[in-house]
Design a protein around this ligand. Structure first.
Ligand code: FE2
Length: 278
C-alpha cells in the first residue's frame, strides 16, 4: 500500500500525510451519521469536559468509556454551574472510545479497505485497534491539545502504538490543525498517563519539555489520512475560527506487546481489542 519512499519518510519524520486516502463522500457520510448521534445524546447524562494540560485526573465517566461510546464537552461550552451555553451539537469536544466496535457506520469506516495494509507497512505485525475518537474542534471554542505523544496515554511494552488521524473536514492553522515535530519521535519518552491507586489518573512527567522550535502545521484537506508514530510529539491550537475541524482517529497497538493493567483504557475479557479483519 505504501511506497518504500513513504515508509522511509514515516520513519524519518514520525508521521506521514496521505492526501486523498478517503473519498470525500465517505467523510461526509461519517459526519452526517455523527450528527445523528449528537441529536440523540442526552446532555443530562454528563458534565464531563475534555481538556488537556495539568495532571489530567479523569473521572469515572471518562475511565469507563473504553468499551462504550460517550461524549465529552468543550470546557468553554459550560457555564460555572455546568449548564450548556450553546446547542449540544456545537458543544461536544469529542466522542470516544469504542465506536469502531459498537457502531456499524464507524466499524465499516475503521475497517475500510487498505488500512490493514497501511498498518502492516508501518511495522505492525498484528495490529489491534484499541480506541477510536471523533474530534469536533468546535468553531470558536475548540480546545487546545497540549503537545504530547500518544504512547504516554496508550502505553505498551515494548512501544508499539500508532495513530491514524482522518481529516473529515479541511484542517488549517485557522481552525486548529495538527502540529507535529518532525523527527521528534526519536526523543526519549517524557510522560506517562495512568490509573493511580485509589482511583482516577495522573500524568507523570520527567525530563525536559519537548522543544517547540521546529513544530510544523499539518494543513490538510478533508479525506487526508495522517499516520502518527506513537512517540511523535504533536498537538493542536484552539479553534477560534467560525469553521469546525472534524477529525476521526484510530489508535493501534501490536498484539505481541504487553498492555499494562494501569493503562487508563481497559476492556472486559468478553470484549477484547480486535484488529482490522471482521
Ligand atoms: Fe494525540
Amino acid at each position: 500500500m505504501l511506497t518504500a519512499e513513504q515508509i522511509r519518510s514515516f520513519e524519518t519524520d514520525g508521521f506521514l500525510v496521505l492526501e486523498g486516502f478517503v473519498p470525500t463522500e465517505r467523510c461526509e457520510r461519517l459526519r452526517t451519521h455523527t450528527e445523528g448521534l449528537l441529536r440523540r445524546i442526552d446532555p443530562a447524562e454528563s458534565t464531563t469536559v475534555f481538556t488537556t494540560g495539568g495532571t489530567q485526573n479523569r473521572d469515572d465517566y471518562f475511565l469507563e468509556s473504553g468499551d462504550r461510546i460517550r461524549f465529552f464537552w468543550e470546557a468553554e461550552a459550560l457555564d460555572g454551574e455546568g449548564n450548556l451555553t450553546r446547542p449540544k451539537e456545537l458543544a461536544v469536544n469529542k466522542l470516544g472510545h469504542a465506536m469502531h466496535d459498537l457502531d456499524p457506520e464507524f466499524e465499516s469506516f475503521s475497517r475500510q479497505e487498505g488500512l490493514a495494509e497501511v498498518a502492516h507497512d508501518i511495522g505492525l505485525a498484528e495490529p489491534l485497534i484499541v480506541q477510536s475518537m471523533y474530534i469536533f474542534k468546535q468553531p470558536g471554542i475548540g480546545g487546545e491539545v497540549a503537545l504530547h505523544n500518544d504512547h504516554s496515554f496508550l502505553w505498551t511494552e515494548p512501544m508499539s502504538t500508532y495513530g491514524m488521524w482522518f481529516a473529515l473536514e479541511d484542517a488549517t492553522t485557522e481552525n486548529g490543525c495538527l502540529w507535529a515535530l518532525p523527527g521528534g519521535h526519536k526523543l526519549p519518552q517524557r510522560a506517562r498517563f495512568r490509573r493511580v491507586p485509589g482511583g482516577g489518573t495522573a500524568l507523570e512527567e520527567w525530563g525536559d519539555p519537548y522543544p517547540t522550535d521546529g513544530l510544523v502545521p499539518l494543513e490538510v484537506p478533508a479525506g487526508t489520512l495522517v499516520l502518527l508514530d506513537g512517540m511523535l510529539p504533536h498537538g493542536s491550537e484552539p479553534n477560534r475560527s467560525e469553521r469546525s475541524r472534524h477529525a476521526y482517529t484510530l489508535h493501534l497497538i501490536d498484539a505481541g506487546s504487553e498492555w499494562p493493567a494501569d493503562n487508563w483504557l481497559q476492556r472486559p475479557p468478553e470484549f477484547p481489542f480486535r484488529g482490522f479483519r471482521p
